[in-house]
Design a protein around this ligand. Structure first.
Ligand SMILES: Cc1cc2nc3c(=O)[nH]c(=O)nc-3n(C[C@H](O)[C@H](O)[C@H](O)COP(=O)(O)OP(=O)(O)OC[C@H]3O[C@@H](n4cnc5c(N)ncnc54)[C@H](O)[C@@H]3O)c2cc1C
Length: 489
């Protein structure tokens, strides 16, 4: 390369898992190709990871944001293996524990064989006290109601009511399926969050028939067992890291030796340049120019940055709503907890009007979370219709979570550890029409600007990693286009 030739450069805005995955992918592409590339990652706060945050509270390992990832989406474990973290990946505890739902103020187990919302085993379902007899009969009508064939979006609430009835929605789908997305089921896009259920309806004409067929197919595929001699985490539906999810962030930070990391540098200005690049202004430093930008900040932050040159794009980004949540982690001495509860956790339907929306027994789900003789759990607070809970102080939030545990399980012991993690505007909402909205947003992006993150094509950590990697590929390809243009000019 002649000495005067400028090194191609890419800015990554946002140091959550999406931006980190993008920066790491770009570094990898440059190293593999042997081509020069300058990558700068701008993170507004003083630490990397965004929603991924693990704290060591004494001997408790506490995840304040995500605590695990869905394995069927392989991008997290693949990235972990690339980073040399494969021996730190852990699966969920092999002990099968029940999930409970609060029903008329009491903890009631979700019947065995209910997969997400769909019953696949007859006896446990018919004998369960969770759903009333009329409710069970209504769910059974799914076998006879003709399947919808079009590709129009609808709300999760509408879909479940249509196929399985109101009681199934209120008691299972709303706390579980909407709960995963921290969404109001009447707003939540079916195609944006659970497209496979519409596909199942189309293919089998019934969710129950579809789920039974998939269960049979999975059983046939599992002969012999997948990865019989491999590490246990490969057989687990959910995985995490021995040191909590923050271990992935720490490993990425260490691996990003070829990337300029700018902490405490909120990007305040983004301007397209006549030659196709972008000028980025961040923190108190001077403006820098880049050939391409991966914008991995939340949609509302991205909207603010593009508003001056792409107002329609900004309007589309602002249409993606967010809600605020918090998690409350509590550590107990096992002796104080006694036999109070041995399930994996519980969900709380909206109509139960409680202070928490769900609770997970973190140290029963994963090893390495609590010291010997102790247990760790975490409750979820806030979300749609419950956001006023976040106006309270940490002490009040802890007290309200403890009051619920006392009422539901009789646990009145003093926790030995309590931590609150607040996620203001932390959860992107995939409202009905989300896929079209995202299509339009992406189509409205000027050349050289690539959006990625939890607001667009999947909220889970694996989807964010995948989106970061895809945005990195697109930005890398853009450099080649610019190069061709320069050569032919
Ligand atoms: C409580 C909670 C529990 C969750 N549990 C799970 C789970 O168990 N499993 C799972 O898969 N997913 C879970 N999720 C979802 C998942 O954690 C997130 O969707 C994902 O981490 C988002 O990553 P991101 O990089 O897209 O965004 P973020 O993590 O929000 O990162 C964006 C980054 O951009 C930075 N930023 C913003 N504006 C600017 C600017 N102007 N300039 C520079 N930087 C800026 C922010 O400081 C932040 O660091 C959970 C989320 C929450 C809130």
């Amino acid at each position: 390369m002649p000495a005067a030739e400028k090194v191609p450069s890419i800015a990554v805005i946002g140091g959550g898992i999406t931006g980190l995955a993008a920066a790491y992918a770009l570094q990898g592409k440059a190293r593999q190709s042997g081509l020069p590339l300058s990558v700068t990652l701008f993170e507004g706060s003083s630490r990397l990871g965004g929603k991924i945050l693990t704290e060591q509270a004494g001997e408790f390992t506490v995840d304040g944001g995500p605590d695990s990832v869905f394995q069927q989406k392989p991008w997290t474990s693949q990235l972990a293996e690339t980073l040399g973290l494969e021996t730190d990946l852990i699966g969920t505890s092999p002990v099968q524990r029940k999930l409970y739902v609060v029903n008329h103020g009491r903890l009631t187990p979700v019947p065995d064989g209910v997969m997400m919302i769909i019953p696949t085993r007859f006896m446990p379902f018919v004998t369960s006290p969770l759903i009333s007899w009329p409710g069970k009969l209504r769910m059974g009508l799914d076998l006879f109601i003709p399947g919808r064939k079009d590709d129009e979006d609808e709300s999760l609430g509408h879909f479940i009511r249509r196929r399985l009835g109101q009681e199934a929605l209120d008691k299972i789908a709303e706390p579980l399926m909407a709960g995963i997305h921290v969404s109001d089921p009447e707003e939540q896009s079916l195609l944006g969050t659970f497209p496979r259920y519409r596909a199942m309806e189309k293919q089998y004409g019934s969710l129950i028939r579809g789920m039974l067929a998939q269960k049979r197919a999975a059983r046939a595929r599992r002969q012999p067992a997948a990865h019989p001699d491999g590490p246990a985490w490969k057989r687990s539906a959910f995985v995490s890291f021995r040191g909590g999810m923050g271990q992935l962030v720490a490993a990425l930070e260490k691996a990003l030796s070829g990337v300029a990391l700018r902490f405490g540098s909120p990007v305040t200005g983004l301007q397209p340049l006549a030659d196709g690049g972008y000028r980025v202004t961040a923190g108190s430093g001077p403006a820098q120019t880049f050939d391409a930008v991966v914008l991995a900040a939340p949609a509302f932050a991205a909207a603010g940055l593009v508003a001056s040159f792409a107002p329609d794009l900004a309007a589309g980004l602002r249409d993606i709503r967010y809600v605020s949540t918090a998690t409350v982690s509590l550590g107990y001495r096992s002796a104080d907890w006694g036999e109070a509860f041995s399930g994996i956790g519980f969900l709380v339907p909206q109509r139960e009007s409680r202070q928490v929306s769900a609770c997970t027994m973190s140290s029963l789900k994963f090893e390495h979370r609590a010291p010997e003789g102790s247990l760790l759990l975490r409750c979820f607070v806030g979300g749609p219709g419950r956001e006023e809970a976040l106006e309270r102080s940490d002490a009040e939030i802890i007290a309200s979570a403890r009051a619920e545990l006392a009422d539901l399980m009789g646990v009145r012991a003093e926790p030995v550890m309590a931590r609150v993690f607040r996620w203001a505007q932390g959860n992107a909402q995939y409202d009905v029409g989300h896929l079209d909205r995202v299509r339009q947003i992406k189509a409205g992006c000027p050349p050289g600007l690539y959006l990625a993150g939890s607001a667009y094509e999947g909220v889970g950590v694996p989807d964010c990693i995948h989106q970061g990697q895809q945005a990195a590929s697109a930005a890398w390809d853009h450099l080649a286009i610019l190069k061709e243009r320069q050569v032919s000019a």
